[in-house]
Design a protein around this ligand. Structure first.
Ligand code: CAA
Length: 297
């Protein structure tokens, strides 16, 4: 299957990163979001991230300009997917929203178009069942920051065809990524393993075993993780961690996946990490410096 035109739905952090890597690798990208302001912000973010790559001599100024010229935007799903060979959905992690979006894509995308979701934990089989082409629906789970992280977790739904899986594996390689194919069970592999670790770090803080910096330092220096689990939770978004843990908890019916009460409280209080300016740490816009949130000192 020859993929040239890629439509990306959702212009948030993941959507703009996904659009960035496809455009940088020569694909024609349509970035779709109902919110025109969000689209403008996304293009500005892609520009800034490309500038970093230019500054680090990863790409040239010409490559930056070509990448930007490979992206157009659209506020309509129906219009934005009508020429797509592949649609990658990267909307908010909400099951009913994703099912609704997939129904819209299915109605408007050409026959033969592959429908992928960047979901971090929602069942691909369930998403596929909302369409009339379940064999063409697959999970394509990129990691944040998308231009930097090498992995694409490829999730085979119950009905995903082998041909579609092979196409997406080859495509991920064309993007310079390393694909890893897994089957469709709650949290797949990435979050089935990552989220219990993050939840356990939050429990360690909740139970007073150690402070925020100590927990993160142990995991950074002791296990060579680039970020400690609490900083990583802030980076991912505490609301996202919470909803993934709920998917694991409900999907397996095992209490070991229940989100820590401290995480539940922080999400209820709107302390969502980097995106809200505070989680386990406090973040100041435009500054790389972070400090532990006063509540944990
Ligand atoms: N676009 C392009 N380049 C970027 C970038 C972006 N958005 N963000 C960072 N970079 C580049 C920088 O330019 C820099 O490049 P060089 O190596 O060439 O110098 C490099 O990445 C490192 O960035 P920084 O120097 O700014 O900062 P750092 O060294 O602290 O690294 C980090 C930042 C890459 C985010 C690193 O801390 C890291 O790898 N953290 C862990 C990230 C992780 O685990 N991601 C997965 C989260 S889970 C997920 O996404 C899925 C899910 O379902 C929840």
């Amino acid at each position: 299957m020859n993929i040239k035109n890629v439509s990306v739905i959702g212009a948030g952090t993941m959507g703009n990163g996904i659009a960035h890597v496809f455009a940088q690798n020569g694909f024609s990208v349509t970035l779709i979001d109902v919110n025109a302001t969000q689209l403008e912000k996304a293009i500005a973010t892609i520009g800034k991230n490309l500038d970093r790559q230019v500054a680090k001599a990863v790409i040239t100024e010409d490559q930056k300009n070509t990448t930007l010229s490979n992206i157009i935007t659209n506020t309509s799903i129906a219009d934005g997917v009508k020429k797509a060979d592949l649609v990658v959905e990267a909307a908010t992690e909400n099951t009913s929203l994703k099912l609704d979006i997939f129904k819209q894509i299915d109605a408007a995308a050409p026959e033969g178009c592959i429908l992928a979701s960047n979901t971090s934990s929602i069942s691909i089989t369930k998403i596929a069942a909302a369409t009339n082409r379940p064999s063409s629906v697959i999970g394509m789970h990129f990691m944040n920051p998308v231009p930097v992280m090498k992995l694409v977790e490829i999730i085979n739904g119950y009905a995903t065809s082998k041909q579609v899986t092979n196409t997406i594996i080859e495509l991920s390689k064309q993007l310079g990524k390393t694909p890893c194919a897994v089957n469709d069970y709650p949290g797949f592999i990435a979050n089935r393993i990552l989220m219990p670790m993050i939840n356990e770090a939050i429990y360690s803080l909740f139970e007073g075993v150690a402070g925020v910096e100590e927990i993160d330092t142990v995991m950074k220096l002791g296990m060579a993780h680039p970020m400690g689990p609490l900083q990583l939770a802030d980076f991912i978004g505490l609301d996202v961690c919470y909803s993934i843990l709920k998917v694991l908890h409900e999907g397996f019916g095992n209490p070991k996946y229940a989100p820590c009460p401290l995480l539940c409280n922080m999400v209820t209080a709107g302390k969502l990490g980097v995106k809200s300016g505070e989680g386990f740490y406090v973040y100041t816009a435009g500054s790389k410096e972070i400090k532990v949130s006063e509540g944990f000192l």
